[in-house]
Design a protein around this ligand. Structure first.
Ligand code: PLP
Length: 448
């Protein structure tokens, strides 16, 4: 069958490719034909499009880099994998095999971690809402609960008393620190005296054993100094509660928040150039923690709950071009088969997107639309991109964090997810949804 050449009515488009910006940089695009040595064609033929792909090697490298770098500064370091960032069993298991504990923020996540085989004593249970049944389960199992507010202290005491136990708990703290907006809706505030009252209340109640302080500052924090100031502030609080109440901390949980190599919207330089090394974060945290009035050998275990820094760069989304169109302003619109419902982080990031095959022609300003019949379905705005034909593919990079937990099924099926092993094997880690995935949960009452 002879292929009919495609015709596109000519338009005048200002040529921007190759132009230097004021920093003498030009944008270069290289095609990505393979992920971890496996061809993208093979992946799509095997699992269909769109497709999330995770690199086991990157997951392991990121875990080790984070754990080992902090361990160079501090005697005891624990990584508790932040389930909300990506709770696919295979991803969690890779981290647990490396030694990670679990950090969960809901009963669902708690149950998922236990179901996966994580011993409950290796679970940190965070979040502003833990139903009584979940607290009961966590205390009975020996998990470590991080208390968020006074009502939760009261509930935790009631549950602990009814179980005849004095469980070890932590409190979550919030406070102001230069360089990041305060997340004051979580935990007890230091500056107002609320956090000190909470400690007094717990110690006075005698039903809970305060063994840890928790401080998750925020997210995508690009300045390590912020951690130094924050940890120093919490350490100061630790010194005060030791002096006043004799509290000895088993652990000090600094939360997550380290930036991945993604590009935040509005960020001028790409994340690959601006994200500080893990070494700089580790040094900052260690400097802060060493202001605790204890000997170096007595320093509490440092708990890390990093999410995006561990998994974002390990994830890719392959998507197929469905249509090319010309927008009235001259830009090219490319319709791909993955929308914002599966690439939720495209609301915050300008993801790096590259062609999955060699390309021709000059890059021109391009908008990537998803397949949703919604105006907001823009997965990447105004990007200089070479031409791609219908049926060709593109790869979105650094999509491993939050997408496969925050995705929505909206008008289509959520795609399959695969992992590529360190030695180049690939396997399904989540099946593509089908009609049954959705209608199995529906019912029609008999009167309809
Ligand atoms: C309590 C807690 N810990 C850890 C994380 C992971 O944060 P990040 O992905 O920024 O490292 C979050 C995310 O919001 C969180 O709320």
């Amino acid at each position: 069958m002879s292929q009919k050449p495609q015709y596109e009515r000519p338009v005048i488009v200002r040529h921007q490719a190759g132009l230097m910006n004021k920093l003498s940089r030009t944008q270069t695009t290289r095609p990505m034909t393979h992920i971890e040595g496996v061809s993208i064609d093979e992946l799509i033929q095997t699992y269909g499009s769109p497709l999330f792909v995770f690199s086991e090697r990157t997951l392991i490298n990121r875990y080790r880099e984070i754990h080992d770098t902090y361990s160079r500064h501090l005697p005891r370091v624990r990584v508790a994998w932040s389930y909300k960032t990506n709770y696919l069993n295979a991803v969690c298991r890779v981290f647990h095999k490396e030694g990670a504990w679990a950090e969960v923020v809901s009963e669902f996540e708690y149950d998922k971690a236990v179901h996966l085989g994580v011993p409950p004593q290796r679970i940190h249970f965070n979040g502003p809402y833990k139903p009584e049944g979940a607290l009961r389960k966590a205390f009975a199992d020996g998990a470590i609960v991080h208390i968020d507010h006074f009502d939760e202290i009261a509930l935790a005491e009631k549950v602990a008393e009814s179980l005849g136990r004095k469980p070890g708990v932590a409190i979550r703290l919030n406070y102001g620190v230069e360089g990041t907006p305060p997340w004051s809706r979580f935990g007890f505030n230091i500056e107002s005296g609320q956090a000190m009252d909470a400690v007094g209340r717990i110690i006075g109640g005698g039903k809970l054993d305060l063994i840890g302080l928790h401080s998750h500052l925020g997210t995508f924090i690009q300045n390590p100094e912020v951690y130094k100031n924050a940890v120093t502030k919490v350490a100061q609080f630790g010194n005060e509660i030791r002096d006043r109440f004799g509290v000895k901390l088993d652990f000090f949980d600094v939360g997550g928040g380290i930036a991945s190599h993604n590009n935040l919207k509005g960020q001028y330089y790409p994340g690959a150039q601006t994200t500080p090394s893990i070494a700089r974060y580790a040094e900052a945290v260690a400097d802060g923690l060493k202001t605790l009035n204890v000997s170096p050998a007595e320093l509490p275990t440092l708990v890390l709950e990093n999410g995006r820094a561990m998994v974002d760069d390990a994830g890719f989304l392959i998507s197929t071009v469905m249509a090319n169109k010309r927008l009235p302003d001259g830009r090219r619109g490319v319709v791909v088969d993955a929308g914002v419902n599966v690439l939720f982080t495209s609301f915050w990031y300008n993801h790096e997107v590259v062609p999955a095959q060699p390309f021709r022609g000059i890059p021109e300003p391009t908008v990537f639309y998803g397949p949703l019949c919604m105006n907001i379905d823009i997965v990447r705005d105004s990007h200089l991109f070479p031409s791609v034909d219908v049926g060709e593919r593109v790869v979105f990079k650094s999509v491993g964090a939050y997408n496969v937990t925050q995705w929505m099924q909206f008008i289509t099926y959520r795609p399959a997810v695969v992992m590529i092993s360190k030695d180049g094997k690939h396997g399904l880690i989540r099946r593509r949804e089908d009609l049954n995935s959705i209608i199995d949960h529906e019912a029609i009452p008999e009167w309809i």
